[in-house]
Design a protein around this ligand. Sequence first.
Ligand code: AMP
Ligand code: ZN
Length: 442
Amino acid sequence: MSREDGYFWDPRVELLDREEIRALQLRKLRDVLDRCTRSPFYRRWFKEAGFRPEKVRSLEDLRALPPMDKDTLRGAAPRDFLTVPLDEIVRVHSSSGTTGQATIIFHTMKDIQAWADLGARCMYMTGVRRSDVFQNMMGYGLFTGGLGFHYAAERLGAMVIPAGSGNSKRQIQLMREFGTTVIHVIPSYALYLLEVFREMGVDPRADTELRIAFIGAEPHTEDLRRRVEEAYGVDAYNSYGLSEMSGPGVAFECPRKEGMHVWEDAFILEVLDPRTLEPVGEGEEGELVFTSLHREGMPLLRYRTRDLAFTYPDVCACGRAHRRISRIKGRTDDMFIIKGVNIFPMQVEKVLLGILGVGSNYRIILETVGLRDEMRVLVEVSDKLWHGDVRELNRLREKIINELKQEILVTPLVTLVEPGSLAREEGKAVRVVDRREYVKGV
Ligand code: AMP
Ligand code: ZN
């Protein structure tokens, strides 16, 4: 079968069998390891681990290298990871946290093209074609959802509307004006947008040309997918990616919608027990760990995502032997994602600690208000303030909202509560309570 047959963007690669995939991975891995010896970070990393890249003879040999994570990335200068001169870098992206937490990834032109090609492969797999109109409702800028799939859709030849996130009424106007057929959207926002459709008296099923939705960037349930499919009259496909592996395009659902294919010509996937770092069996939940094989500027080896999922045991009925991962079931750290933005409770704590009048305890509640996800922070205030002037309490609330917004990029709801009123559990404090109906996975 070929691209013209209408099923595969890159049939040569998509139809490789398991053996061929592994052989290709080994060949690429050895090239990547060789490149890595040009990077000051990897030279150190290899030396400390006593790892000899030139000795790697099998994919399993890679396990002699300790895995890395966000802290490893933050612990070294981003430039130290480069395997090319800085001159060859044409773009920088970061994860969707704020500066303190974000990780920086550099891309060469070849990296950008390879990423776009992978994205085009994902889209093509679900039936997107040159005749489609693709409205990209992901945030543009440093985050990867916007530009990543923007270039992917152009590579495929579809017409792109670079709408960006937010501005809901305008999104709907754009859909109608240009006959949008495919949207790329954060799942919780897709739900929220339904309220706006209603307010405007527009029926997404009857009054638009929509037929496909890509939903990703945050964990969500099968239920949410069904609601989106029903309400919009589309096929909705789960899209997984992370900035450290370039962004969207790492794993994607095929029309079977039974797990997301990881493109194993571009990534080595390991699923490890997060405690022992030993591989778990197929079908068992573990942490996803990726090695990038398609990136020349800043390859990452054995990168721990902190995302928990399992792999499906058999080859997919669609004909692709690239392994499939389940929905993301949770994380091994306390990061949570709201409105597509990654947040660590520590960021909230840091802001609160810096504000006079804030008491000793707080709690973050993630909840669904109408169809919209909100982050509410309950903050104990000091005794003196609690018994003082209401205007001062209001000023404090405003200040907390503003400072949190600057740090985490999401506007929270803030409720001030009486000192001592947030129950203290034995042991580790429960900082985050997730009551969202459709978006889960803290
Ligand atoms: P970022 O580095 O900002 O792109 O964020 C990447 C993180 O977003 C991943 O490590 C996951 O935790 C989360 N994520 C991305 N796509 C999905 C998805 N389809 N389902 C669940 N979580 C996702
Ligand atoms: Zn499949």
